[in-house]
Design a binder for this molecule. Structure first.
Ligand code: GLA
Length: 387
């Protein structure tokens, strides 16, 4: 993370509050390499942190007020006494950072007032976890401002609680874990049942590959009900199979045969996605650890097909991007994130990246869609203090 991003956030703080901030903290967005909609099924995920993310420049204040401003929403400031924080107050973007303060207070941690100025270089709604980055930057800022030592896994759980209970989005633990626990040059294998995680080397350049992130420019919102609906189907499928969660089916030797015996065709498809996706995560990790990153492409594409046909959460631009990427030389491609909008990733031999980009751009132009955006995705460090 460059010093200039820290300086820009500090300058924004000074514009907002006419003072220097006590500190500046950064939390990254993430790309999920593979393992989609598995986290709330107690399964496996494999995200990595981006270099892009959210900065929180912040200072303590002694009047018990939490004041929140964002350079990305300059007309939408919030100032709420800590004691008055409650789901719905504040709403909008400020609910994410405010929810973190509320969650910290809810566990008896003595955070006090703060002035926070947010700055970000991550698009919202692009499925790159801008919300989790906002939560995690705030969580680090508040805990460090008040000298609280909170283990990063606990901090991820608190940030998730803010999103689930304060904002009202029933998301899993992947995004906050990625933002807080990822390491530079690595993806993070997270077992969402045990909470155990390990760093998996992801040096694609060393094997002549690049991972393109393609923002399809279709915006998604996890709060629109379809995410929650998928989650409920997974719980219904687990109940019909007589297990606590679909992870138990993954672990069973006859897992997929059991799923195929489910009588409800929708639950059967949803469960099939989760069980096969968990297997694909573990296979991907095996290949990466064996230095065989060039062989993970088909797993990425299989994940997309499963999300498209069984989980039914892809969208036309995502399907067209995957198809165009693979047709023009990508080794594999898939949608990433919660679905219904956002971004696609494509694993591409470096010399072919121009051709693949052009192939995708042509596919959009041919359909009259607004052009996609391409992002650099370098496996980066998790959240940290910048100054
Ligand atoms: C969103 C949620 C995550 C996870 C993904 C799908 O990003 O926040 O918890 O469920 O969708 O894998």
């Amino acid at each position: 993370m460059s010093g200039s991003a820290a300086d820009a956030a500090a300058r924004w703080f000074t514009e907002c509050y006419a003072a220097e901030p006590d500190g500046v903290w950064h939390a990254p967005g993430r790309v999920n390499l593979i393992g989609e909609h598995t986290d709330y099924n107690e399964g496996f995920v494999l995200p990595f942190a981006l270099s892009q993310g959210v900065r929180a420049a912040a200072s303590r204040r002694d009047d018990g007020l939490l004041e929140l401003r964002s350079r990305q929403a300059p007309d939408d400031a919030a100032a709420v006494p800590l004691g008055a924080l409650a789901p719905g107050l504040p709403g909008g973007w400020a609910a994410y950072p405010a929810g973190v303060a509320w969650a910290l207070l809810g566990t008896g941690r003595p955070v006090g007032g703060a002035s926070i100025a947010i700055d970000a270089d991550l698009e919202r709604g692009a499925a790159l976890s801008s919300s989790a980055a906002l939560e995690c930057a705030t969580a680090l800022a508040l805990t460090e401002l008040y000298g609280l030592s909170v283990d990063r896994r606990d901090l991820a759980a608190l940030a998730r609680r803010a999103e689930n209970e304060f904002v009202g989005v029933p998301s899993g633990i992947m995004d906050q874990s990625a933002s807080l626990l990822c390491e530079q040059g690595h993806a993070l294998l997270l077992d969402c049942r045990s909470g155990e995680s390990s760093a998996v080397p992801l040096d694609l350049a060393a094997v002549g590959l690049v991972l393109l992130v393609i923002d399809t420019r279709v915006r998604h919102a996890l709060s629109d009900g379809r995410y929650a609906e998928r989650r409920r189907s997974c719980e219904d499928a687990a109940r019909a199979l007589g297990v606590a969660s679909l992870r138990d089916v993954t672990d069973a030797l006859d897992g997929i045969e059991r799923v195929d015996r489910l009588s409800d065709p929708v639950l059967r498809r949803r469960a099939r996605h989760v069980v096969t996706e968990n297997a694909r995560v573990l296979e991907t990790v095996g290949l990466l650890r064996a230095g065989e990153a060039t062989r993970i492409g088909p797993l990425l594409t299989a994940s997309h097909v499963s999300l498209r046909d069984d989980f039914e959460i892809s969208w036309p631009q995502a399907d067209a991007t995957v198809e165009a990427a693979v047709a023009s030389g990508a080794l594999g491609a898939r949608m990433t994130g919660g679905g219904f909008g956002g971004s696609v990733i494509a694993l591409v031999p470096t010399p072919a990246s121009g051709v693949v980009r052009a192939g995708i751009e042509d596919a959009y132009a041919g359909r009259g869609w607004k052009p996609p955006r391409f992002l650099d995705a370098l496996p980066s460090a998790g959240a940290h203090r910048l100054r």
